[in-house]
Write a protein that binds this ligand. Sequence first.
Ligand SMILES: NC(=O)c1ccc[n+]([C@@H]2O[C@H](COP(=O)([O-])OP(=O)(O)OC[C@H]3O[C@@H](n4cnc5c(N)ncnc54)[C@H](O)[C@@H]3O)[C@@H](O)[C@H]2O)c1
Ligand SMILES: [Zn+2]
Ligand SMILES: [Zn+2]
Length: 341
Amino acid sequence: MKAIVKDAPSYGLVIKEVDKPEPGPLEVVVKITKTSICGTDIHIFDWDEWSSKTIKPPMQIGHEWTGIIDSVGSEIKKYQPGERVSGEGHIVCGECRNCKAGKRHLCIDQNGIGVNLPGAFAEYFKIPATNLFKVPDWIPDNIATIFDPLGNAVHATLSYDLVGEDILITGAGPIGIMSALIAKHVGARNVVITDIDEYRLDLCKKLGITHSYHAKNNLKELMPSLKMNEGFDVALEMSGSPDALNDIISSVKNGAKIALLGILPDDTKISWNDVIFKDLFIKGIYGREIFESWYKMISMLDSGLNIDGLITHEFHYEDFQEAIQIIKSGKSGKIILNWDN
Ligand SMILES: NC(=O)c1ccc[n+]([C@@H]2O[C@H](COP(=O)([O-])OP(=O)(O)OC[C@H]3O[C@@H](n4cnc5c(N)ncnc54)[C@H](O)[C@@H]3O)[C@@H](O)[C@H]2O)c1
Ligand SMILES: [Zn+2]
Ligand SMILES: [Zn+2]
């Protein structure tokens, strides 16, 4: 079978012929229908500092996927071939304190599919059955394919009570945009999103996020037009830019709540005095709450959350190099790779 693989410790990715996996007793093998490309895959493609420390080639990559169960392990009773599934890409230990307490996203010994374990950019891949998520019939394949980043957005955005609050999101990448749509869906008052890329700001407008602004704007000057007096109540950092985090810290109200999802450089500088004297609450966000974020995303899609417009391109997997170049240009939302034809 064919798979997209980091074959050597250097720039780029290749399509390779690899063996079709067999399920272990507690695993299933999935025939992949669609995958989508994440920023992590681009880091792996580029062979940047993080990926060269983390990835051990040859590694089959990819962790955003949907497919049909092809075969199940000898101990699997609750899944059958033919079922449509997606799944959680963090494989946890099941034994640490947090795992045992049901807080699997806080596991001390996690592995990521497509990072430390063979991933989903392949005609078939295997995954522990405990990581599967059955896709409801009414959900289109394209949306099931982006459950993983949608789950990131759900985890971050539902961290705090947003009803009637004014929300700032920095970074209108796919996850920032999904978060803005979720914040509106759950009843925030103003949802403001910033970016430095005009394509991304236009995409926000197309999806009905009207308060999308270039990050060069002074947010405090915008506040009177939004009937805001003191600053944003909740902020979600979704760009990974130190400038954006500083924009957040200077434009939130005293006592505001901040969630950090974007991966910031270790040497990011902020005004710690502002954090202290403004009595700010800052929380890191990693992955998805397993499976509470998944439950909530299905409920919100069922109650009218619409993320369809976020998928801007589709390619056959053999054209993945072109898809990667489009992502690198910044002129895309989510990009789907098709594996079933
Ligand atoms: N914590 C986690 O578990 C987790 C999971 C997935 C992704 N991430 C991280 O979350 C972030 C968002 O993911 P994504 O896929 O949407 O990424 P993305 O790279 O597509 O989007 C980031 C956006 O931030 C914008 N940006 C850059 N500088 C900015 C600034 N100063 N102000 C405002 N916007 C600015 C970029 O133009 C881009 O549109 C990334 O940093 C990603 O690595 C974290
Ligand atoms: Zn991802
Ligand atoms: Zn654990």
